[in-house]
Ligand binder design. Structure first.
Ligand SMILES: C[S@@+](CC[C@H](N)C(=O)[O-])C[C@H]1O[C@@H](n2cnc3c(N)ncnc32)[C@H](O)[C@@H]1O
Length: 215
C-alpha cells in the first residue's frame, strides 16, 4: 500500500514538513489538532482523507476574505475541513454538511462541540446528490456563498452541474485534490498505485471540463 503521508506535490517531503512545522501546526486551532489526532488514532492510514493542515488554513483564509456566511460541504468524514470552515464563519454562519457516513462524523463531533461550533452545522446523513436536488426543488438556487466538494473524484462532474445552480453569482465552488497527488502530470505507466490510477482519469476529465468552461 502507498504511504499516503508521503504523497506531496511539493518538491520534497521535507519541504512539506517545514511548512507544517514552521507555519501551519503552530496556528492550528486546539480542537482541530485534537480532531486530527483522534482521526489518526481511529482511522490510521485512512486519516489522510482529512484535508491537510495547510489546506484547512488556506480554506479558512479564503472564507474570511470572501465574507462567506452560508456554505456547504460535500464529503465530511471526521470533519476536519468542516470544523476549519465553521471556525472561519461569523457567529450566524451556516454550513450544510453532507455525508452518508455518520460514524466518521461522530468521531469528530466532540471536538466540534468543544470548539462551540455545533450550532453553525447542519449535518445531513445522505448521498449528496439527493440533498442537492432537494435544495434545488426547495428554491435554494443561488443562495450559497461557498461549496467545498471533497467526495469521490468520479462524481465531481455530476456534482458540478448541481453545485453551480446552488452557488450565488460571485460565490465559489472549491474541489479538493484536483492534482490527484501529482498523478495528473505523470504518464499512465508512471502511476502504479491502484487508488491513484482508479480516479486519475476522472480528475483529468474534470479539470479539462472546468478549464474549457467559459462560466
Ligand atoms: C476525503 S473524505 C472527506 C474529508 C473531509 N472533507 C475532511 O477534510 O476531513 C470523503 C468523504 O466523502 C464521502 N462521500 C462519498 N460519496 C459521497 C456522496 N455521494 N455524498 C456525500 N458524501 C460522500 C465519504 O463517505 C467520505 O467520508
Amino acid at each position: 500500500m502507498a504511504d499516503w503521508t508521503k504523497k506531496t506535490i511539493l518538491r520534497n517531503n521535507a519541504l512539506q514538513q517545514y511548512i507544517f512545522e514552521t507555519s501551519a501546526y503552530p496556528k492550528e486551532h486546539e480542537q482541530l489538532k485534537e480532531l486530527r489526532e483522534a482521526t489518526a488514532e481511529k482511522y490510521k492510514d485512512l486519516s489522510v482523507m482529512n484535508v491537510p493542515v495547510d489546506e484547512a488554513q488556506f480554506l479558512s483564509l479564503f472564507l474570511k476574505i470572501m465574507n462567506a456566511k452560508k456554505t456547504m460541504e460535500i464529503g465530511v468524514f471526521t470533519g476536519y475541513s468542516l470544523l476549519a470552515t465553521a471556525l472561519a464563519l461569523p457567529q450566524d454562519g451556516q454550513i450544510i454538511a453532507i455525508d452518508p457516513d455518520k460514524e466518521a462524523y461522530q468521531t469528530g463531533q466532540p471536538f466540534i462541540r468543544k470548539a462551540g461550533m455545533q450550532n453553525k452545522i447542519k449535518f445531513i446523513q445522505s448521498d449528496a446528490f439527493l440533498v442537492l436536488n432537494d435544495l434545488i426543488i426547495k428554491g435554494e438556487e443561488e443562495s450559497f456563498d461557498f461549496v467545498f466538494v471533497d467526495a469521490y473524484k468520479s462524481d465531481y462532474l455530476k456534482f458540478h452541474e448541481l453545485t453551480l445552480k446552488l452557488v450565488k453569482v460571485g460565490g465559489i465552488v472549491a474541489y479538493d485534490n484536483t492534482l490527484w497527488y501529482g498523478s495528473v502530470a505523470e504518464s499512465e505507466e508512471e502511476v502504479t498505485d491502484d487508488l491513484i490510477k482508479k480516479f486519475r482519469n476522472f480528475v483529468m476529465e474534470f479539470n479539462s471540463f472546468v478549464a474549457a468552461d467559459p462560466v
